[in-house]
Design a protein around this ligand. Structure first.
Ligand SMILES: [Zn+2]
Length: 255
């Protein structure tokens, strides 16, 4: 006979720590002060590559799509101590949720566990959670990599967010071991209701869409323009070049 269990309604695991709740008015003001200041950096992450940049605490970063729909894989390190303190996607997911919304924060690893950045603007916030549980900007997936590609297809390949990020961080003395689970910006993902498997959908992001985050410490940031493009084609299948687009990065500093 099949065993039965008592039913209990779900309880949210964590009481949100005070540091996870920001004043929206304060962060809106910080954002506007930065935007009214000077633009200290502008760069393009070409399609199917990754780039790095640095930010000072208080800087605002806007990542936008200048040409077309494209997802990005983002990594963060403490600029002063990158080998030890980096973004912790798992705990960020538990403190907030699988998909980040504006005013959620991106947390660092143990023993620090503190905000590295705060998400302050999302041109796609109206997407919300769709009928399949799909939503944007997840901290649930990892990053695409050539090792899983080989397991699935049997083929060798160098060309994934993991390999691009690994290449990009070399100029900062970092390597493959420093690349970590990502914030998957513009990506539309969820878990199937029946089997709880990670799924993705074509990104609803379009040319001109953007997100912004404020740095809470001096940061080294790396962003990969995913070779899956808008993720409308399943991993393991050929993604045509015209499905992939560059991403634009701008950093603003209050003066
Ligand atoms: Zn990728």
């Amino acid at each position: 006979m099949k065993r039965t269990f008592d039913y209990h309604p779900p309880t949210i695991c964590y009481d949100k720590p005070a540091a996870a709740i920001v004043s929206q008015a304060e962060y809106d003001a910080k954002r506007l002060r930065a935007l009214a200041g000077i633009k200290v950096l502008e760069l393009i992450v070409p399609k199917k590559t990754a780039r790095t940049w640095t930010m000072q605490a208080g800087d605002l970063c806007r990542v936008s799509l200048p040409e077309g729909s494209q997802v990005g894989d983002l990594n963060l390190w403490n600029l002063e101590n990158p080998r030890q303190e980096r973004f912790f996607s798992g705990k960020t997911r538990q403190i907030h949720s699988t998909h980040l919304k504006t005013y959620d924060r991106l947390w660092s690893c143990f023993p620090y566990l503190r905000p590295m950045a705060t998400f302050v603007k999302d041109s796609l916030e109206d997407y919300g959670i769709d009928r399949d549980g799909g939503s944007l900007h997840d901290v649930a997936g990892t990053r695409c990599d050539d090792y899983i590609y080989k397991l699935i297809t049997g083929k060798d390949r160098v060309g994934s967010c993991h390999s691009y990020l690994t290449e990009a961080v070399k100029e900062h003395g970092l390597g493959e071991q420093d690349v970590h689970d990502t914030w998957n910006i513009f990506m539309c993902t969820g878990f199937t209701r029946d089997t709880q498997q990670y799924f993705c959908k074509p990104s609803p992001a379009r040319r001109g869409d953007h997100i912004e985050f404020l740095a809470e410490m001096n940061l080294l940031v790396a962003l990969s323009a995913c070779p899956q493009g808008d993720v409308s084609i399943q991993v393991g299948q050929q993604v045509p070049d015209e499905k992939c687009f560059p991403m634009q990065v701008e950093v603003f500093r209050a003066s």
